[in-house]
Design a protein around this ligand. Structure first.
Ligand SMILES: [Zn+2]
Length: 229
């Protein structure tokens, strides 16, 4: 894995955001393997394919790439809110790559992956509509709340300029692949419960420890009247 972005590709471009889009897309194309199957490459989709940037030629899993020039905080700004909510409902959200690059050295610093079965309503935050003076007045975007995801759903591929072993990354992806089998409408509940259990600091826990999250879970799932059972 070569962490340098190929600046030859963008010699004619002035805008840094355009440069970043081309450089990071081509970096994935050149360097990234499929974290799900044994394919050593991912295929870019044709320009304009909404929400999907890459497809694995072997297992046909879809991936979306989001890049930024600063490290990942608790939330990541994403695209439109309503289509995201709809695709979570339908179970058609792609897998995600979050890529952090350095805009001075033009190198990949961190690459984080999130399997699509970890996406649920609890990690999507509705943003304020754009103001009346904006070009797209009234448009509503969303944030992805990384802080609400259990660590099991945030799988690093490159961490502080250090690429992780690809077999270890694939093993991590497999650990929670059983969530694929759960219907999209119930998956969110399962992921949120895992997230709560992961917050318990000890290796063993009892029911009382889990009940301490009752209020939190009730807030995330207002329609669920059976949180405690
Ligand atoms: Zn694959």
């Amino acid at each position: 894995m070569d962490l340098k972005l190929n600046l030859d590709l963008v010699s004619g471009y002035k805008s840094n955001s355009q440069k970043a889009r081309i450089l990071t897309q081509s970096w994935i194309e050149e360097n990234m393997y499929c974290p799900i199957c044994s394919s050593d490459r991912l295929q870019p989709t044709t320009e304009g394919t909404p929400t999907i940037d890459f497809i694995c030629p072997d297992c046909i899993e879809p991936f979306q790439l989001k890049s930024q020039n600063h490290s990942f905080g608790k939330k990541i700004v994403d695209a439109a809110y309503q289509p995201m909510v709809q695709s979570i409902k339908r179970g058609s959200v792609p897998n995600f790559f979050f890529l952090h690059y350095d805009a001075t050295s033009w190198e990949v610093k961190n690459l984080l992956s999130i399997p699509r079965y970890f996406f649920n309503h609890s990690i999507i935050e509705k943003r304020k509509p754009l103001s009346q003076s904006a070009r797209r007045a009234g448009w509503i975007g969303c944030n992805i709340l990384l802080g609400n995801l259990p660590d099991d759903g945030k799988i690093p591929i490159i961490s502080s300029s250090h690429p992780l072993n690809c077999q270890d990354v694939r093993k991590q992806w497999k650990r929670f692949a059983f969530l694929y089998e759960i219907k999209p409408e119930y998956r969110g509940w399962t992921v949120d419960v895992i997230s709560c259990i992961r917050k318990i600091p000890t290796n063993t826990f009892n029911l009382a420890d889990v009940y301490s999250f009752e209020k939190y879970l009730a807030k995330l799932h207002p329609n669920n009247k059976n949180v405690r059972p």
